[in-house]
Design a binder for this molecule. Structure first.
Ligand code: KG4
Ligand code: ZN
Length: 336
């Protein structure tokens, strides 16, 4: 079974082809970073319009890279939410319409389920059950995963998501959008001893997070020491986020007794976070799994894969275009 995946929930247009036996055949991506950079963040209307421009040319490119034609496609998966409504509508309309025209089933994929299953595209995928840390621009969640569609939310951010905190702090430090990678790069030159930032909500039980205070902490430190201190602030901030996430991941492994920890979403591309989680997992006798860096951030491959799993299990949409800006992942059905 060959599935076309389309991702347009935010600021990347991603298209991919996943085959049940042959694996990922091709994936292409267009990032809108240049488009939004001058505004310091994603402008939703510009994002939607750019998806319209890119999606079909990317599809042509993906087909030729994979060496297949549209007649080979057995199903279409598109991101149906959560995300920016205008952006989602582009992928949803295109995906649903193509499936209708080609006479194949379509399925609306949950963007965070896409992230969650992205490690399945790697050479040694995790087996169920596992604990997952989902860290993106919009979500920070700890989830117990007993199978596809069998998700128990164990903890989440009560305010800013980890990626959002990276982006906002990067902005304070005068770094461009998207801020996460830029802040991580600046932090490499920072002195880890100079400032000690708090590890929010780690002194009490539970698995929830709060990151908005760290941004304020960064601002206050910046006001006291000036931009000269920005690399040291970046380092202190990154260490605080990484440590806080690691403390809660260790807690999840201890509480659940699970021996597999998956990390996914844009922030899981962060090198310090990857090595820190590998370290704590090893100490807990567990193993950590993450996608290759290009599949941590938004991409079409994860949508094609998640869509394949659900289409293969017989799940598909009626003749309606589905786009849901808000969509709790725990409400997803488990395929038969
Ligand atoms: O998963 P993603 O591409 O989009 C959403 O679903 O939100 O995540 C994007 C987020 C942004 O906040 C970005 O700054 C952050 O992931 N990010 C990083 C790194 N790479 C991306 N944060 C810290 N370190 C990185 N290396
Ligand atoms: Zn994402």
């Amino acid at each position: 079974m060959l599935v076309l995946g389309i991702e347009t929930s935010c600021d990347e247009t991603g298209v991919a082809l996943y085959h049940g036996e042959r694996g990922l055949l091709a994936h292409v991506l267009h990032s809108q970073v240049q488009l939004h950079a001058e505004y310091g963040g994603v402008v939703p209307e510009l994002a939607s319009r750019d998806h319209v421009r890119r999606v079909l040319p990317l599809l042509e490119q993906c087909l030729s890279q994979a060496g297949v034609t549209r007649a080979d496609i057995d199903g279409v998966a598109y991101t149906a939410g959560p995300g920016l409504i205008g952006a989602l509508l582009v992928g949803a309309s295109v995906g649903r319409s193509l499936a209708f025209a080609w006479g194949v089933p379509a399925v609306g994929v949950h963007h965070m389920e896409g992230h969650l299953l992205a490690p399945m595209l790697e050479a040694e995928p995790p087996e169920f059950p596992f604990a997952a840390l989902l860290v993106s621009g919009g979500h920070t969640q700890l989830v117990r995963v007993d199978g596809v569609g069998r998700y128990t939310l164990l903890g989440e951010s009560l305010d800013d998501a980890a990626g959002e905190a990276f982006d906002k702090t990067a902005k304070l430090l005068g770094l461009g959008y998207p801020g996460g990678p830029a802040l991580a790069q600046l932090a490499q030159q920072g002195d880890p001893q100079r400032f000690a930032f708090p590890r929010p909500m780690t002194d009490r039980p539970g698995l929830d997070f709060s990151f908005s205070g760290l941004k304020t902490y960064a601002l206050t430190t910046l006001q006291q020491h000036g931009l000269e201190a920005s690399a040291d602030i970046a380092r202190a901030f990154e260490d605080a986020v990484v440590d806080t996430l690691a403390i809660k991941c260790r807690r999840v492994l201890k509480q659940t007794g699970l021996k597999r920890l998956v990390m996914a979403g844009g922030v899981s591309a962060n090198r310090r976070l990857r090595s820190k989680l590998a370290e704590i997992a090893a100490e807990e006798g567990a193993r950590v799994y993450y996608p290759r860096p290009e599949f941590c951030t938004d991409n079409g491959a994860m949508i094609a894969y998640a869509g394949y799993v659900r289409l293969h299990a017989g799940q598909h949409e009626p003749l309606a275009i589905r786009a849901q800006p808000r969509w709790p992942m725990e409400t997803l059905p488990a395929p038969r």
